[in-house]
Design a protein around this ligand. Structure first.
Ligand code: R5P
Length: 294
């Protein structure tokens, strides 16, 4: 059995050898069913292979927060500029017109609210597959607390059951590597957490950008998208997105760095330039400045 003692650190990531994608463009998904591939093709643009997910699920933990006070006013107008809307069923049903026709990545867990010290102190499945299908979800997002005494077991159980249902109905599950109190944001941690969630059945992994990110990508058999994290100046957020894409990330699942920007539409468009059109961070920031000065 694999154990921590005597576990030799990974070395050879084959960084110069592309993964063979002979029958389908999404990494690791060659051998899945038609419905799963169809949903993945709504999430990842078949031309670029990448995705801009707009994350606005923060309210399920922190309640009403800056930029998400009125999702109908802040997020609905942004929908046209993203590929995927990533939110809770409550927010999407209430505030996003179904005519937006964007792929939905449905936040499918409940976790401890901001009133608790540690996000990992309680989580479970927050949506059943029947309701996810009723919402025409293209993916489910499941938060996982790898390395947490309190949250690892329960959250991985939720992931496994969501993947069972996902494979039954052709719905990909995005495993989200949450960083709670006990989890360090190190390359070693993200190497472990991303791989572990993919091995348990997740078809997409959402994680944070870190040093040696190309190794995290190479060691993970399915596509990785990065979370944006706390609001940064626009140029820095674009640099992070650019570096992640250069390292092999297949997109972003970005929230605050878009909806808390003073110019969210221009920022979302600039991120999409990096993700889909091979813009450098500097080119994308110039694009952003031009848009806001029009
Ligand atoms: C994490 O799981 C959150 O619920 C958000 O979806 C995620 O952090 C992405 O949003 P942001 O870019 O604001 O970090």
């Amino acid at each position: 059995m694999a154990d921590a003692d005597g576990n030799k650190r990974a070395r050879d990531y084959g960084l110069d050898i592309p993964v063979v994608q002979d029958s389908f463009f999404v990494k690791g998904m060659n051998n899945t069913d038609w419905g799963m591939k169809n949903r993945l093709s709504r999430i990842f643009n078949p031309k670029s292979g990448n995705t801009v997910m707009l994350a606005f699920d923060h309210g399920y933990i922190v309640g009403c927060t800056s930029g998400l006070e009125r999702i109908d006013l802040s997020i609905a107008p942004l929908a046209d500029y993203a590929d995927v809307l990533m939110g809770t069923r409550g927010a999407i049903r209430a505030a996003i017109p179904p005519t937006s026709n964007k792929a939905v990545c449905l936040r499918a867990t409940h976790d401890a609210s901001v009133l608790f010290d540690d996000m990992a102190s309680g989580s479970g499945l927050g949506v059943d597959m029947e309701d996810a299908l009723r919402m025409n979800a293209s993916a489910l997002a499941v938060q996982c607390f790898v390395g947490s005494q309190k949250g690892e077991r329960d959250s991985l159980e939720v992931l496994c059951r969501a993947c069972d249902a996902g494979y039954r109905y052709g719905v990909p599950v995005m495993g989200v590597t949450a960083v709670g109190k006990e989890m360090a944001r190190t390359t070693q941690y993200f190497l472990l957490a991303t791989r572990l969630l993919a091995e348990l059945g997740a078809s997409i992994i959402k994680t944070y950008y870190c040093d040696d990110f190309e190794k995290v990508v190479a060691g993970c058999p399915v596509p990785i998208v990065i979370a944006g994290g706390k609001k940064l100046p626009e140029n820095e957020a674009l640099t992070m997105a650019y570096q992640a894409i250069q390292s092999g990330a297949r997109g972003v699942d970005m929230g605050r760095n878009i909806f808390q920007s003073e110019h969210p539409i221009a920022m979302c468009q600039a991120v999409a330039k990096v993700v889909h059109e091979k813009f450098t961070d500097k080119e994308a920031y110039e694009f952003y400045l031009n848009e806001i000065n029009k």
